[in-house]
Design a protein around this ligand. Structure first.
Ligand SMILES: Cc1cc2nc3c(=O)[nH]c(=O)nc-3n(C[C@H](O)[C@H](O)[C@H](O)COP(=O)(O)O)c2cc1C
Length: 49
């Protein structure tokens, strides 16, 4: 347990990789935000959402 928390949301995994890198560098805890209602897999639909 540390006093630093990295909080992130990642749709396709890029931000997840960066968040995990930052977490390791800072020796921090990490928390992934998840949408209550999942986004569509279709790009155009996600843009509309
Ligand atoms: C629905 C949607 C809209 C996006 N809009 C933009 C945008 O306006 N400008 C941009 O630079 N990238 C845009 N992107 C690309 C994302 O910012 C980029 O792929 C980023 O790496 C996604 O991070 P993630 O893998 O953690 O979800 C968009 C991606 C999605 C899926």
């Amino acid at each position: 347990m540390t006093d630093t928390l990295v909080i992130y949301y990642s749709f396709t995994g890029n931000s997840k990789k960066v968040a995990e890198y930052v977490k390791d560098k800072l020796n921090a805890d990490i928390l992934e935000l998840e949408p209550k209602i999942p986004f569509s897999d279709d790009y155009d639909t996600v843009v509309e959402e």
